[in-house]
Ligand binder design. Sequence first.
Ligand code: ADP
Ligand code: ASP
Ligand code: MG
Length: 423
Amino acid sequence: MSLVVQKYGGSSVADADSIKRVARRIVDTRKAGNQVCVVVSAMGDTTDELHDLAAAVSPAPPQRELDMLLTAGERISAALVSMAIANLGHSARSYTGSQAGVITDDVHGKARIIDITPGRVREALDAGHIVIVAGFQGVSQSTKEITTLGRGASDTTAVALAAALGADVCEIYTDVDGVFTADPRIVPTARKINRISNEEMQEMAASGAKILMLRCVEYARRFDMPIHVRSSFSHHEGTWVTDKKLEGEAVEDPIIAGVAHDRSEAKITVVGVKDKPGIAAEIFTEIAQAQINIDMIVQNVSALETGLTDVSFTLPKADAQRAVETLQAAKERIGFDQLQFDDQVGKLSLIGSGMRSHPGVSATLFRALAEQGINIEMISTSEIRVSVVTADDQLDDAVRAVHTAFGLDSSEGEAVVYGGSGR
Ligand code: ADP
Ligand code: ASP
Ligand code: MG
């Protein structure tokens, strides 16, 4: 008997009818002769609503209590899915992350999984039950407190459990038919990708394609766990995230895998710093000591008359306020005129492992943006990625232009988005 791990995202369990539909799907998988372990997200936009509720009672809720609150969302859907399965005449058991043996470090809000001890899950499966695990949560090994694993992390729970249980595949059910060449909410002509390599999927996720959480892809890559991303609203074959070629797949990989976009970052410019050794070190040591991760950095050539230059960098919007305060406090020591802050920016990334051996990719990208009159504020590249920062209100147009310029548009009609608010 094979073991299947399935994960259902928020839009797949958004209301009672959706939960009943998902329950039927799970039961069908069981009836086909599989052991089934299911990971669920909170219903619809519950996690956002719980965040809003917390903000309404406190501007800075204690992290411990926030995790207690947020984990309730996944518990609700786990219990309801289990009830719906029982109603179909099959036995199911729901578990919290802690009960399922998801052991984490002690960082509230973005804990890392350090171990999975799925003894209870294994026993329940062997006793013939369908197991439902509340995603996105665990328990800290050191503090014994309940933790959450970061936004979108039910994906990670699913892959981690699949690896720990030795499942054959981890199926991620969501509101689109798989991983597309761009977010179908922005590019209706985006094409479904049949297979994407771990490396490219990791770069897409790191660049903001929220179809899979980055940690989940890293985990799958480390444990060599194939992921099948597909819709819970259709029975279409989805996207395989794996390095193994599919049957009948072309020998040659496409140059470009897709275009990702990200609206979660802000830009800070330190204006009027001395162009001399050690200044960048000063700035970014301050930022690092505040535990803030930065993404892109650009330093301009200094003006001849003044010898002064500007340094810009991007960072998560959520950390921007803290970064500004940290740098202001060190103004004398670093020596700068002023700070500029811009949270109306977006980042576009073009990803493809074929870039390594194909010159001219950046040139085509820049030309596509220029033809639309879109100004590029920052640029960064890696071996398999080119990213640019643009004004937020030009980002969608930029994504569509680049998608078309690289011949990624589908000729088979528009991509379907089955549900979800895109929040
Ligand atoms: P779930 O609640 O099932 O986890 P998410 O909202 O986290 O779903 O992720 C699915 C969404 O990811 C899609 O509805 C789509 O808007 C978005 N998305 C972003 N980039 C892509 C992409 N390249 N391919 C498919 N979907 C994408
Ligand atoms: N409910 C959590 C979130 O919205 C986790 C998840 O859906 O994966 O981020
Ligand atoms: Mg998600």
